[in-house]
Structure formats: C-alpha cells, structure tokens
Design a protein around this ligand. Structure first.
Ligand SMILES: Cc1cc2nc3c(=O)[nH]c(=O)nc-3n(C[C@H](O)[C@H](O)[C@H](O)COP(=O)(O)OP(=O)(O)OC[C@H]3O[C@@H](n4cnc5c(N)ncnc54)[C@H](O)[C@@H]3O)c2cc1C
Length: 247
C-alpha cells in the first residue's frame, strides 16, 4: 500500500510504500476515503492547507453487509437476476448470481442449487452483526418464500465500511480531479466531477478525467468523454423552469 507522496528532485514526486520511495512524473490518487485521508495526512507537502482540510473532512458511509448464500435448490422460475427491495428491514436488494455469473451458474448447474446474494447498505454501526446476518436471510424468505425450504449449503457474510459518505450540502466540498499540485490528481467515486455519474461510473469517469488532466502537461489530448446532457436542451424552457422553481 502507498504510505505517502513526497516532493522528489527534478519536479518529480516520490511515492513511498513498504518497498521504499520511487520517483514519478505524475501521481493519480485513486483510493477510497480511508486510504486517501491516510496518505494525505502522512504527506505534509501534498496540496495546500485548504485542499488537505477538505480531504480530512471526507467520511465513510456506515457499514454494509453482503451475504452470499449457496442454496441446495433453485429459486422459483422467473425470479429476476437482480431485484431492488424496500420495506424488508435492512435488505436493499437480492441478486440471483447463478442467473448471470459464470462460476455461480456452473455451480448451480452441477448441484441443482442456486447462488443468491443479499445486500444491506448503511447498517447502523451499533448493529449486532450476527443478528443482522440472520435478519437478512429471514428477509430473503419473505421476498422469495421458496427459499424457506432451501438448505444453506454455504454462506459468506462480508462486512465493509469503505463507501464514501455524501452528506447533504457536501457536494461543493468534495475533492475534484485536479489538486493544487498539477502533477497530482485524484480519481474515484469520492471525486466531484460535475457530470451526472456515480459509483463505478464516477470512478471510471474520474479516471479518464485524471489521465486527461495529466496528459495536458505533455500537450497530449486525453479521451473524449460523452455524457447525457446535464441541463435542459431548450434555453427558454430552462429559463421558465428557473423562474417557476421547477428544479
Ligand atoms: C455491495 C456493493 C455493491 C455495489 N454495487 C454497485 C453497482 O451495482 N453498480 C455500481 O456502479 N457500483 C456499485 N457499487 C459501488 C462501486 O463498487 C464503487 O463505486 C467503486 O468500487 C468505487 O471505485 P473506487 O475506485 O472509487 O474505489 P474502490 O473500488 O474502493 O477502490 C479503492 C482502492 O484503493 C485501495 N487503497 C486504499 N488505500 C490505499 C493505499 N494507501 N495504497 C494503495 N491502495 C489503496 C483499496 O484497497 C481499494 O482497492 C457497489 C458497492 C458495494 C459496496
């Protein structure tokens, strides 16, 4: 893991990890919130005070739980590959992985079972993990009642807390791709891009933007990015919407 980024000789940046310090012409900081905050806090010369404060203010969202279950029988015919849920406690969605993921599909074909995955986002950090894991499986039983009779051949419950938290009103404060140092850029879901993208799409988009920002320094044009329109196409309608507060 990268520990710090330090100024090097000849305008280069030294990237420090357990193996030592290596010089680079440019650096893309593409880490989750905890990683970025850690590297910035250990790199006193990175950016300026205002930028460092903004990075230090970034927070992770509450923990999430991903439960993958290998069941000894299939779900009912016609169950979708992915189902968003609401009103089932912490359960946010159910995926039947064996409908669309190669390894799971092969396991299901071999055994006659199925593989399902349950997601619960933003679980209170005070929650008792074993209790939440049990509740999630109970919620599956209500969503797909045929799973009540299924034997759980194997189960894996993964808890993580590395999604960025986007606070109400916090948009302007988020780091952008560019930093005060033209040789250092930031990419990832936590970055503000001003384009209507989020999650993996924002991570990938900000990666292209970061590469483009660095290539400018060598007079090279990066990838052209296409986006859906980020405002209404008709100027009079936009003016009307502004006037009457439609958005
Ligand atoms: C359960 C779940 C389901 C999701 N489903 C979807 C979905 O359906 N569609 C979608 O678009 N998105 C989905 N997402 C969101 C998506 O996974 C993220 O938006 C995306 O992974 C963000 O990419 P990233 O590169 O910003 O960060 P990450 O994927 O978190 O990558 C950051 C990387 O930086 C590494 N790192 C941290 N510190 C250091 C360091 N000091 N040195 C070196 N490396 C470091 C970390 O190990 C990590 O690998 C889901 C997320 C979760 C948790």
């Amino acid at each position: 893991a990268v520990e710090a980024v330090r100024p090097g000789g000849s305008g280069r940046r030294l990237v420090v990890d357990a193996a030592g310090a290596r010089p680079y012409d440019a650096v893309v900081l593409a880490m989750d919130v905890g990683g970025l905050r850690g590297v910035v806090s250990r790199s006193p010369h990175l950016g300026d005070a205002a930028w460092r404060t903004r990075v230090a203010r970034l927070r992770n969202a509450p923990p999430f739980l991903v439960s993958r279950l290998w069941l000894d029988r299939p779900v009912a015919p016609g169950r979708p590959g992915f189902l968003g849920t609401s009103g089932y406690g912490a359960l946010d969605n159910v995926s039947v992985l064996s409908h669309w993921e190669g390894e799971a599909a092969r396991w299901a074909a071999r055994t006659g079972g199925c593989v399902v995955e349950l997601h619960a986002y933003a679980v209170p950090s005070t929650a008792v993990r074993e209790v939440e894991e049990k509740r999630l499986v109970e919620a599956l039983h209500r969503v797909y009642p045929e799973t009540r009779r299924a034997r759980v051949v194997a189960a894996r419950h993964e808890w993580r807390a590395d999604c960025p938290l986007f606070t109400v009103g916090g948009y302007r404060d988020r780091p952008t791709v560019r930093t005060p140092d033209p040789a250092v850029v930031v990419a990832g879901d936590l970055v503000r891009t001003d384009l209507p993208v989020a999650l993996m799409e924002r991570a990938a988009t900000s990666g292209f933007l970061a590469a483009g920002a660095l290539l400018e320094r060598w007079g090279v044009r990066g990838e052209t990015l296409w986006t859906v329109p980020d405002r209404g196409r008709s100027a009079p309608l936009r003016a009307l919407a502004r006037r009457f507060g439609a958005y």
